[in-house]
Design a protein. Structure first.
Length: 468
């Protein structure tokens, strides 16, 4: 008897009836392309590109507030670095936007228990002027509580909004607990407040306030808007609980002007088929002005660029890989919107962004689960050895790629562990020492594997076209 037939008969007679069904319906095993595995493993063990970019950008440029001279220096730095690495079509696509800058800032309790507090102005805060403002503090435990309060309870006072954001691996608290920053200033202004301070949108207990963008909408007049460090916010809560009127002096000097410039820095690994849909990856070049923006987002542009470089070093992919160092993400994703206007009609095979620090990637999701199940299965199999699980219910992630995804581009999200991220996010603590080189390499390995799987095949020895 044929050996395979005998084995099949043996399985049929030995297995219970219920088991026969599961055996016949098991999906075929996914065989990982050994070239993908080799590229992934080499990145995990040996990548230095990501560290070199992160260290260089944070050391040689430092803070990179959108539309300022510092961000312009960052673009020039990026052009030189990307060209020296061998990328093609390296250029800047500029766009015009307002520029906001911070000046002197301070907060102190005048009565009943005089003391200084650590504060930072929120993006696009109104200015108190050098003399500051003084007013009675009125407390709310949420944005909704402020929204429901009568105008008379707020008018002429300094609003304080509290919350209780906790660490989460997926960073999910940021959506809910970011509301005091995003919506609070507008609501307070419309109700006649003279100013507003919030508990920082962060999970640390350092005396470092967290800045971040907010916009005055619905016709609200800009008022001074700041964030207290978490310990100082908790101190203010204890003072308020004494039941005595609390008076604060708040100084937030800032300036906003129109007609400044930002831009997206773009580079490519040209594919063998110029008509094939593009693999779009990147992060954002700008940062807040309180620190050097190591985790937000020097590491993001470094991770994605390093992965593209490793593909380029291996040969020439079928599909073009386009790296974008987006400008002006922090003030509201302006670089991503500009990119979508300029490139929204071009076919994209995928769009993905790294903008959640540099700790290890722990799960991934992609629209390919539905549109290309075979590629999705390859991704899952190639990422699994890095300890990365699949999230079949995941959504697109990345402020800068949202507009191009909205224009129809498929997406991929490689989700980093965010447990520590909001300890340092938008604070003076966002510095190079927060980056673990081993976890940074794991990120590069994940992005390298993703690009290798979706590249359409890498032709080793194929020459790259001349740069222009």
């Amino acid at each position: 008897m044929n050996r395979s037939l005998f084995a099949a008969l043996l399985l049929t007679t030995a297995a219970p009836a219920g088991a026969q069904q599961s055996i016949t319906t098991l999906p075929p095993p996914v065989v990982i392309d050994p070239r993908v595995a080799a590229l992934r493993d080499d990145a995990l063990a040996n990548d230095h590109y990501a560290w070199d970019i992160t260290e260089g950008l944070t050391t040689e440029v430092g803070q990179r507030l959108a539309a300022t001279k510092a961000e312009e220096r960052a673009r020039q730095w990026a052009l030189k670095r990307l060209a020296s690495m061998g990328f093609a079509n390296v250029h800047v696509e500029p766009f015009t936007m307002p520029v906001w800058t911070r000046g002197a800032e301070s907060a102190e309790i005048v009565a009943p228990f005089p003391q200084k507090l650590a504060v930072a102005a929120l993006g696009y805060s109104g200015s108190t002027g050098p003399g500051g403002i003084t007013g009675q503090v009125v407390y709310f435990d949420s944005v909704d509580a402020l929204r429901l309060a009568p105008d008379s309870a707020v008018r002429g006072k300094i609003v304080f909004i509290d919350h209780n954001m906790m660490p989460a691996q997926d960073g999910s608290g940021y959506g809910q607990f970011g509301a005091p920053r995003r919506q609070g200033p507008t609501i307070a202004s419309l109700k006649g407040a003279s100013g507003i301070v919030i508990r920082s949108i962060g999970t640390d207990h350092h005396r470092n306030p967290h800045t971040g963008v907010q916009y005055f909408t619905n016709g609200a007049k800009p008022i001074p808007a700041g964030a207290l460090s978490v310990p100082d916010a908790e101190q203010l809560v204890r003072i308020l609980k004494r039941g005595l009127p609390v008076t604060m002096r708040l100084t937030l000097v800032s300036d906003k002007s129109e007609g400044s410039q930002s831009g997206n820095v773009i580079a490519e690994v040209p594919g063998r088929d110029p008509k094939a849909p593009i693999l779009l990856i990147g992060g954002h070049l700008d940062s807040w002005d309180l620190a050097t923006g190591a985790i937000d987002d020097a590491s993001g542009v470094a991770i994605t660029t390093a992965a593209a470089k490793r593909i380029m070093d291996a040969g020439r992919p079928l599909r073009t890989i386009r790296i974008v160092w987006f400008g002006a993400e922090e003030p509201g994703g302006l670089g991503g919107k500009s990119y979508a206007v300029a490139h929204g009609k071009e076919p994209h095979a995928i769009a993905g962004e790294s903008d959640f620090g540099a700790d290890r990637v722990w799960r991934f999701s992609s629209q390919l689960m539905k549109s290309d199940p075979a590629a999705y299965a390859q991704l899952a199999a190639s990422l699994a050895p890095l300890g990365i699980t699949r999230n079949d219910k995941g959504e697109a992630d990345g402020t800068d790629v949202e507009p191009i995804i909205g224009a129809g581009a498929p997406w991929v999200s490689l989700n980093q562990d965010g447990t520590r991220y909001f300890d340092w996010h938008h604070t003076p603590d966002d510095t190079l020492d927060k980056i673990d080189p081993a976890q940074l390499r794991q990120n590069v390995a994940a992005w390298t594997a993703m690009l290798a799987v979706l590249s359409g095949g890498i032709e080793s020895g194929a020459k790259q076209p001349k740069r222009r």
